[in-house]
Design a protein around this ligand. Structure first.
Ligand SMILES: [Zn+2]
Ligand SMILES: [Zn+2]
Length: 415
């Protein structure tokens, strides 16, 4: 591929390599409403719009003020046998923990409580740390990874699913902290979409356009800067180690993927929730839960749970397997379709946590000992772990390896 030299001293165009396929191209300066996509694999490279730091700080402060209400206050409440029971986010996590599953409890706690809190605190750290000359790199690197772990929106849908399920047994009402929770969710989504990390990096750690052979430039997967590694083979901007291809990427991805496949077997065969209603015990697996939702006239909710808990994990694993075999056998058959499918399931992938959130809410709502109670089945732990392992498998796969196979395949035909 021919790369033309950048001319004109006032031009802000710069060389950029695509993080996903390693293509080298020239990135023109963008206006506020523009976004740049890779010409080969259509990965999003950078977008122009962002909010000033003052507005992000205001959002972070508001989020921190809302959090005590949203996390501890009643979100939904039910009237059961003349008593009023409230479900709050913390209560649900505590219920899972006290029933002897601290690992599942911490998974739920991290996605609903830890990640939003970290988001707000990191923005404040950037604002004030910059003023006092502190090292902002670790926080910027963490913000890059934090995005998909803030799952307040998924928990909100989980509340709706739990409310529909509980309606069979009791009257459901909105709790007093629901408004605070809705506001917090909205603010976190707005903050995440308007935090432009590329511009934050440029503001705090501006880099000169490197001079030299553009072909020898590397892209840093941690901060997406394209340039020459320093003498320690580190990225000049974020100090993360730079390598031509991620070392042990295939081994790590295979390990996470195989573990996820194995864990999905008990996750689907064992009961994920157990309900005791007037002395009778009803075990539900993920699939039978979907079926009972569908047959009780809640087809749309059943469809959401089916997509989040069954369709997405299996599609993700199938696509990842074909991509990994594609790398090993150097095939590029329908590569662009598979990449598109992978992006789609990665984007929906976080929704797989939905079932766990529903369980956490149900456990804090329906807990009347002998008469009516709801507990988590053993499948919940396996399912949660499998979801997190597939998230990691996608993260660990250096997708440039896929395109290496594509390049050699194409070279065969052009020779
Ligand atoms: Zn690309
Ligand atoms: Zn970097």
């Amino acid at each position: 591929m021919k790369i033309h030299a950048i001319t004109g001293s006032g031009s802000k165009a710069r060389y950029q390599r695509c993080c996903e396929c390693d293509l080298l191209f020239i990135l023109p300066p963008l206006t506020k409403n523009q976004a740049a996509y890779c010409p080969r694999c259509h990965a999003k490279i950078v977008h122009g719009h962002d909010w000033p730091m003052s507005r992000l700080t205001a959002m972070a402060v508001t989020m921190l003020l809302l959090m005590p209400f949203a996390f501890t206050g009643p979100l939904i409440s039910i009237r059961l046998l003349d008593t009023r029971i409230n479900a709050s986010l913390l209560e649900g996590i505590w219920q899972i923990n006290s029933q002897g599953d601290p690992i599942t409890a911490s998974m739920v706690a991290f996605c609903t409580l830890g990640a939003p809190l970290t988001l707000a605190l990191s923005l404040l750290y950037l604002r004030f740390g910059h003023r006092y000359g502190m090292n902002l790199r670790p926080v910027l690197l963490m913000l890059e990874r934090l995005k998909e772990w803030v799952m307040l929106d998924i928990y909100l849908i989980g509340m709706a699913v739990a409310a529909i399920k509980v309606k069979e047994y009791a009257d459901v009402q909105a709790g007093s902290a629901l408004i605070a929770y809705l506001l917090l969710t909205l603010l976190s989504i707005l903050t995440l979409t308007h935090t432009n990390l590329e511009q934050l990096w440029e503001r705090y750690y501006p880099q000169e356009q490197p001079v030299g052979q553009p072909e020898a430039m590397h892209v840093c997967l941690a901060c997406r800067f394209t340039g020459y590694p320093n003498e320690h083979r580190q990225c000049p901007r974020c100090r993360a180690p730079i390598s031509h291809r991620q070392p042990y990427s295939l081994q790590q991805t295979w390990a996470a993927l195989l573990a996820a496949i194995i864990l999905l077997i008990p996750a689907n065969l064992l009961p994920i929730s157990i309900i005791y209603a007037s002395g009778a015990r009803i075990d539900d697996t993920i699939f039978s839960g979907v079926v009972s939702l569908a047959t009780s006239g809640n087809a749309p909710v059943a469809a959401i749970v089916f997509i989040a808990s069954i369709l997405v994990p299996f599609t993700k694993i199938t696509v990842l397997l074909t991509l990994l075999f594609g790398i090993h056998f150097k095939t590029s058959h329908s590569l662009k379709t598979r990449i598109r499918l992978l992006r789609l399931v990665t984007w929906i992938g976080r929704w797989s946590m939905l079932d766990l959130f529903v369980i956490a809410l149900m456990m804090s709502l329906v807990n009347r000992d002998q008469l009516l109670s709801f507990t988590m089945g053993p499948a919940a732990f396996y399912f949660g772990s499998a979801v997190i392992l597939t998230l990691l498998a996608v993260k660990w796969l250096d997708s440039r390896l896929i395109w290496d196979a594509y390049a050699t395949e194409n070279a065969k035909y052009t020779d």
